[in-house]
Design a protein. Structure first.
Length: 325
């Protein structure tokens, strides 16, 4: 739909919503911008009639309840109006959890591909009288553009059903390897983003963590080149491949410090030296070691030894960077 036509339809809807009486075609022609002005010629009249008939059909086709009738017995021609009670959205009720989910989605959809849809959803909900707090605290807060540069090309390729090529480095590999994948979808699981698809070289379904993709993935071939499995559950596929045994990590934290860590930790009481003992659960000890190292001297790992050694290795490396040449 052309921009001028869309603007004219919006103006027409606004004009007909603003009155309870039926408005004649001649009146609509004079008050709604975009219609052929009345210059007294037959050509201008025919142009207006054709345009107005197309607009009426368009509004009815998209579900706008356009009524035709006469306000009084003295009217000589039919007029038009839109009954507000039939046009307005019905009452929408969201639970606290549903509103939080909408707020999370609005924070998630900040990429160029999804920002428009997010804004449209927000406007519609607020028009219905529901105030969605997009800043409400939710445990998971993906940051697509800044944190996962591979998200947008992977999402677009999965949406368009195009083959995706990218370099991928696993934790146990020194260098990345090229992958060719039919992408089925992108999903968040345990705070990370994953691409699920069919690996064309290995001829099997595979899961790829987006943070391990190097460079910019490239889509190739025609759209609609493949179809994902009908019963596909992206999260279940990732869970089966990424599931790891949970580890318990015990740390000591100085009183009043490591506030962020305490939010997810289980307190174990005070140590002999007055520090607080905390117990953490993790399936990714290497990532937890990064977090613990960031607290510096405020946090000391008691157990297990593997996590303690990982934190010491990180702190030692950081200390070496600060030594003079």
């Amino acid at each position: 739909m052309a921009a001028k036509r869309a603007e004219r339809l919006v103006n027409l809807v606004i004009a007909l919503l603003g009155t309870r009486q039926y408005v004649s075609a001649a009146k609509i022609r004079s008050i709604v911008p975009g219609y052929e002005p009345d210059d007294g010629t037959e050509r201008a009249d025919e142009a207006f009639k054709r345009m107005f008939e197309r607009d009426k059909a368009e509004l009815r086709e998209i579900g706008v309840p356009l009524e035709t009738g006469r306000t009084s017995a003295f009217d000589t021609e039919d007029g038009y109006r839109i009954a507000r009670v039939d046009y307005e959205l019905p009452e929408i009720t969201l639970t606290g959890e549903e509103a939080a989910a909408v707020g999370l989605a609005l924070r998630l959809w900040q990429s160029a591909q999804l920002a428009g849809a997010a804004q449209s959803a927000l406007v519609k909900l607020r028009a219905a009288g529901i105030e969605v707090d997009s800043g409400r605290g939710v445990p998971i807060q993906p940051r697509l553009d800044a944190g996962e540069p591979a998200f947008e090309p992977c999402y677009v390729a999965a949406r368009d059903r195009r083959v995706l090529t990218f370099d991928y480095r696993r934790p146990d590999e020194q260098a990345p390897h090229r992958r060719r994948v039919q992408p089925w979808g992108v999903v968040a699981w345990h705070g990370h983003w994953y691409l699920v698809g069919h690996d064309l070289d290995r001829r099997a379904p595979r899961v790829f963590r987006l943070s391990r993709v190097t460079g910019t993935p490239k889509a190739s071939g025609p759209a609609g080149a493949f179809s994902p499995p009908a019963d596909l559950d992206l999260a279940a596929v990732v869970a089966r491949q990424e599931s790891r045994a949970e580890q318990l990590v015990v740390v000591r934290a100085s009183p009043g410090t490591a506030i962020g860590l305490r939010r997810t930790a289980e307190p174990l009481g005070a140590a002999e030296d007055g520090d607080d003992r905390l117990q953490l659960r993790t399936t990714e000890p290497e990532q937890l070691a990064d977090t613990l190292a960031a607290y510096g001297a405020d946090v000391l790992v008691e157990a297990p030894q593997s996590v303690r050694a990982a934190v010491i290795e990180r702190l030692t490396r950081l200390a070496a960077l600060g030594e003079p040449a």
